[in-house]
Design a protein around this ligand. Sequence first.
Ligand code: CP3
Length: 337
Amino acid sequence: MDHLLVRAARGERTERPPVWLMRQAGRHIPEYREIREDYSFLEAIKTPEVAEEITLLPWEYYEPDGLVMFSDILTVLEPLGFSYHIESGVGPVVENPVSGPDDVDRSHGDVARELDYVGELLVRLNNRVGDETAIIGFAGGPFTLASYAVAGGPSRTNMPLRKLRAQHPDAFRTLLSAFADVVKDYLAFQIGNGADVVQLFDTYAGTLTPEDYREFVLPLHREILSDLNAPTIVFVRRMNGRLDLLADSGADAVALDWTVDMAEAREQLGEMPVQGNLDPSYLFGEPEFVREKTREVIEAAGPEGHILNLGHGVNKDTPVESVRAFVETAKSIEREV
Ligand code: CP3
């Protein structure tokens, strides 16, 4: 029997909504912070036994219906010739960012070789818990990855990359397409190594105008997500009011941020499966409040093709008790199928 998460991603009616959380394996878990005292972020994601141990922490705490591999969207920077690290208090730093419009035409190295540690992690996870829960792979989308490659680090408005769009549209297109190529290979590689579901995080692409999104991003999402051998989920923040652009992405399911009204989204998207979308800040409320708000999301989404999740990643200071209340609310549902 297929995992509950896979069935919901395909649009099936499920006896209860499957549940997982974006960023579930990170800093809100005390043991994660302990492990990170011994390993840098890059050491942790590049050492399969350490990444495995971290991926399994939320399993020990909550038994969610999916375990998202402990890794980062930035791994594909390396096959494209960029070096990066994560600096505490700053975030990701790209050491050799794009130097100008002539520095965008890149072809990528062998993903299976350069990102072998991700393949090994997926194999290990499958051996450990593959019968009990879905293994979730992921990659960044081309706009979000290019944002780091151009700005050299986090950029709240993505102005450096949007400037490139305004000044050198051909270079902008070429850079995005280089990322799309590597990401497509990378997701196929993850599925080949046992990912049951994959999520494309083009988190920042919503900062583009609708016209630019349609022209530059949408065709790449379609290219990346076509012909993959597992269900796919697409996540872009700030798409409220233009969910049609996510529905057209070629993904099987659309992840909604918390600014989207779930019932309206369902009406608009018809049978398209959805994921989401509890406001992550609600997990700072009392457990009873978490349960009530979670039940409201489940109710609004209905019984078919819904994966319960937050509207974005779990905040690093979130109490474990709240996450437990969130997961248990999904698990307490019993529906006729
Ligand atoms: O638990 C999981 O969901 C799996 C792993 C995961 C991480 N990053 C681990 C991580 C996933 C799916 C990501 C995706 C990611 N990474 C995105 C897209 C999704 C989103 O949430 O917007 C983006 C834009 C990144 C880039 C990135 N890497 C950021 C913004 C950060 C956080 C920087 C900071 O200091 O807050 C990272 C580092 C990172 N990736 C951490 C984790 C757990 C924190 C590392 C640490 O300080 O311990």
